[in-house]
Design a protein around this ligand. Structure first.
Ligand SMILES: NC(=O)C1=CN([C@@H]2O[C@H](COP(=O)(O)OP(=O)(O)OC[C@H]3O[C@@H](n4cnc5c(N)ncnc54)[C@H](O)[C@@H]3O)[C@@H](O)[C@H]2O)C=CC1
Ligand SMILES: O=C(CO)COP(=O)(O)O
Length: 380
């Protein structure tokens, strides 16, 4: 591959922009990916005249074993010592434990927390954000409501009354933190100009971002691949080898595509070939946290719970795949789709203790066999 090129400077019109027009960015979240996102953004706000230098980062406050507050340590060392140790975030990143204060001046909000916390955060933000704020979600997950599944970007949009794009991709945070080359996809609904602004805010020579007009497709890719990664981890824990894992990834990708299109017929086939699709599926099944903890779960024969393993192995970082599998299962049962998605369904049945990890490749009643289902379902 050709060496990464320097990014072009902003156009003269943007450079001459009045200071009042500059955008202020706040990152809502400061976990492993949240901290890397703040670092990426902070390198660009310093470089690009259309943004204020400072990047606020809302921190869910916690007390470290040393007795110090995480926020204080981030601000004095410029490192998130708990979730991204050893990496300088940039002196223009300011950690703020006060959610309202962190967002009040922002006109660009980057949401990047584990998905289970977003609804509570949005409730606290109602009426507290600026009027014409733009948002982007880096969160991989969904909520299930009485009315059906609700993507996180829609939840943010609906609760706060603001537009919300998404950024997803093959983005293991620790690799991007040390500036190894990777790609990402920005999903947007209608406004290409806003999408381009997000692309500009995130792009660096080692982080190449492309816009795609398919917000649901991009977000569902990022969400569903975490369930496939749990299946890949089971296969690793059972030492079933590369062919089996490749089969799981292939079947998983087909289920991702089928489910996405059933839910949103507008989802584009081409989205699955972007970084948010097949590339994210591969990297997560090879090197992600969901895979790692699912491997340990299978090695223990399902006798130690995911919660216990997550706490022990990830030390505060959160898995998304197990809860997404549960949420997905609710949708599949409610709509009578369980038989169409045997891989998704089996992941939940194993992770909730109803089946043994070996069931991931076994015959069962609702799973006649994977190939029959693939051949017959019109949705594939
Ligand atoms: N880490 C990675 O490599 C990548 C993660 N993502 C996605 O980004 C999202 C955020 O993940 P990470 O930044 O890695 O977080 P993480 O997994 O490091 O999660 C821990 C974060 O949750 C916070 N937290 C704990 N309890 C909380 C509460 N009650 N309310 C609010 N926050 C609380 C912690 O303070 C910490 O900031 C997830 O949806 C994940 O799937 C996406 C791409 C890569
Ligand atoms: O989404 C990710 C990479 O793109 C990270 O996946 P894990 O949460 O499994 O580490």
């Amino acid at each position: 591959m050709a060496p990464a090129q320097e990014l072009p400077p902003e156009t003269e019109a943007v450079q001459l922009g009045d200071a009042a027009e500059k955008s202020r960015v706040t990152v809502v979240g400061s976990g492993n990916w949240g901290s890397v996102a703040a670092k990426l953004i902070a390198s660009n706000t310093l470089r690009l005249p259309s943004f204020h230098d400072e990047v606020r980062m809302w921190v869910f406050e916690e007390i470290l074993p040393s007795g110090e507050k995480l926020t204080d340590v981030i601000n004095s060392t410029n490192e998130n010592v708990k979730y991204l140790p050893g990496i300088k975030l940039g002196n223009n990143v300011v950690a703020d434990p006060d959610l309202e204060n962190a967002v009040k001046d922002a006109n660009m909000l980057v949401f990047v927390t584990p998905h289970q916390f977003v609804e509570g955060i949005c409730k606290r933000l109602v009426g507290k954000v600026k009027e014409r704020v733009e948002a982007i979600s880096l969160i991989k997950g969904m909520e299930v409501k009485m009315e059906g599944p609700c993507m996180i970007s829609s939840l943010i949009s609906e609760q706060l009354g603001i537009n919300c794009c998404v950024l997803m991709g093959a983005n293991i945070a620790n690799e991007i933190a040390v500036e190894k080359f990777s790609e990402a996809t920005v999903g947007y609904r209608e406004n290409r100009e806003i999408a381009e602004k997000w692309v500009k805010l995130f792009s660096t020579p080692y982080f190449m971002v492309s816009p795609v007009q398919d917000v649901e497709g991009v977000e569902l890719c990022g969400t569903l691949k975490n369930v496939v990664a749990i299946a890949a981890g089971f296969v690793d824990g059972l030492e079933m080898g590369n062919n089996t894992k490749a089969a799981i990834m292939r079947i998983g990708l087909r289920e991702m595509k089928a489910f996405s299109k059933l839910l949103f017929p507008s989802v584009k086939d081409t989205t699955f070939f972007e970084s948010c699709g097949v590339a994210d599926l591969i990297t997560t099944c090879l090197g992600g946290r969901n895979r790692k903890v699912a491997e340990a779960f299978a090695k223990n024969g399902g006798k130690r719970s995911f919660d216990e393993l997550e706490a022990e192995m990830l030390q505060g970082q959160k898995l998304q795949g197990v809860s997404t599998a549960r949420e997905l299962y609710e949708v599949l049962s409610h709509r009578g789709w369980l038989e169409l998605f045997p891989l998704f369904a089996t992941v939940h049945e194993i992770s909730s203790g109803r089946l043994l990890p070996s069931a991931i490749v076994e015959y069962s009643e609702h799973k006649p066999n994977f190939s029959v289902v693939q051949g017959s379902a019109q949705y594939y």
